[in-house]
Design a protein around this ligand. Structure first.
Ligand SMILES: *[C@@H]1O[C@H](CO)[C@@H](O)[C@H](O)[C@H]1NC(C)=O
Length: 317
C-alpha cells in the first residue's frame, strides 16, 4: 500500500497545459492573434523606451516611470506569450514542473512589480498636481530610482516566497492544467497534498503586496481629483487632469481585469470567461498601454514626430 502511494506520488513529472485545445477549429486564428499581439506589444513598448532614453525633453520623472513601465511590460508578456506561441506551432503542450514554477514566479513577480510601479506613478502625479512647488525637490533622481527599484524588489520578493513553497507540493495526477499558463490556482488545484497553508500564504502575500499599492493609487487620485476640481478655470482643470488621464486609464484597465480574474469565484460555467479575462490582462494590457500613452500624451507625440523627422533627415543625407 505504502509502496503504491509512493509510486503514485512520483507519477507526475510534467504538466500538460490545456491552453485552448478544446476549440481546435480556431487554433490557427488564435495563433495569429497572439503573434500579432506579441509583436505589436514588443514594438510599441520598445519604441516608448527608445523615445524616453533618447529624447531630452522626456528626461523627467514621469517619463522615466513610463519607460520603466514599458520595460516591465515587455518582460511581463514575454513570461507567457512566447511559450504559448511555440505550443501552437509545435503542438507540444507539456511543461516540466520546474519550468511551470519558474513561469509562475516571473509572471506573478512582474505583475506585483507593475502594481507597485503604477502606484509610484500615481504618487508622482499626486506630487506634481497637489504639491507643484516641491515637485523637483521631492522627485529627484534618487527618489525615482528608489521607487522603481523598490517596485521590482517588492513584486519579485513576494513571488519568490510563494514559488519557493511550490516544489514542496506533491502531484499525483491528473496533470492537466486547464489554463494557458501556470497560474497559482490551476496548478495548486492539481496537488494531492494539503494545500491550505500555501493558499493562505499566497492570500496573505497578495493582500500585503497588492492592496497597499492599490490603496495608495486610489488615495493619490482622490487628492488629485479634489485639487483639480478646485481649479477655477475649466482650461486649467483640463490641463491639470490631462497629464494624468492616460495613467488613470491604464490603472483602471489593469486593476479592473485583475479584480475580475482573481476575485470572481472560478466556477465551471465561468471557465471560458475566466480564460478570456486572463488573456486581457496577460496580453492586452501590455499592448494597449503604449497606445494609450502615445495617443493621449502630447509630449510623447511630439517626441515621436521629432524622431520621425530626424530619421527622414538621415534618409535624405
Ligand atoms: C528607468 O528609471 C531610471 C531611474 O529613474 C531611469 O534612469 C531610466 O532611464 C528609466 N528607464 C527607461 C527605459 O525609461
Amino acid at each position: 500500500m505504502r509502496r503504491a502511494e509512493q509510486l503514485n506520488e512520483t507519477a507526475v513529472v510534467e504538466f500538460i497545459i490545456l491552453s485552448f485545445q478544446s476549440i481546435p477549429a480556431i487554433q490557427f486564428i488564435l495563433f495569429l492573434m497572439f503573434l500579432v499581439i506579441y509583436i505589436s506589444t514588443m514594438l510599441g513598448n520598445l519604441l516608448i523606451m527608445v523615445l524616453v532614453v533618447t529624447n531630452q525633453h522626456l528626461h523627467k520623472p514621469m517619463f522615466f516611470f513610463l519607460g520603466n513601465l514599458s520595460f516591465l511590460e515587455t518582460c511581463y508578456t514575454s513570461a507567457i506569450l512566447p511559450r504559448l506561441l511555440a505550443s501552437f506551432l509545435t503542438n507540444k503542450y507539456v511543461i516540466s514542473l520546474n519550468d511551470c514554477f519558474l513561469q509562475y514566479f516571473f509572471f506573478t513577480g512582474l505583475a506585483g512589480a507593475e502594481c507597485c510601479l503604477l502606484a509610484a506613478m500615481s504618487y508622482d502625479r499626486y506630487i506634481a498636481i497637489c504639491k507643484p512647488l516641491h515637485y523637483t525637490a521631492i522627485m529627484d533622481g534618487r527618489c525615482c530610482l528608489l521607487l522603481v527599484g523598490g517596485s521590482w524588489l517588492n513584486g519579485l520578493l513576494a513571488s519568490a516566497i510563494v514559488t519557493s513553497l511550490m516544489p514542496q507540493l506533491t502531484f499525483c495526477g491528473p496533470n492537466e492544467i486547464d489554463h494557458f499558463f501556470c497560474d497559482f490556482t490551476p496548478v495548486v488545484k492539481l496537488s494531492c497534498s494539503d494545500t491550505h497553508w500555501i493558499e493562505l500564504v499566497e492570500f496573505i502575500l497578495a493582500f500585503l503586496f497588492t492592496l497597499p499599492p492599490f490603496l495608495l493609487t486610489l488615495v493619490s487620485y482622490a487628492y488629485i481629483g479634489n485639487t483639480v476640481l478646485r481649479i477655477p478655470s475649466s482650461t486649467g482643470r483640463h490641463k491639470a487632469f490631462s497629464t494624468c488621464s492616460s495613467h488613470l486609464t491604464v490603472v483602471t484597465l489593469f486593476y479592473g481585469t485583475l479584480i475580475v480574474v482573481y476575485l470572481v469565484p472560478q466556477t465551471n460555467t465561468l471557465g471560458y470567461l475566466h480564460k478570456a479575462f486572463s488573456v486581457c490582462y496577460t496580453a492586452l494590457t501590455p499592448l494597449v498601454n503604449p497606445l494609450i500613452y502615445s495617443l493621449r500624451n502630447n509630449n510623447i507625440k511630439k517626441a515621436l514626430r521629432t524622431a520621425v523627422n530626424k530619421y527622414r533627415g538621415f534618409d535624405k543625407a
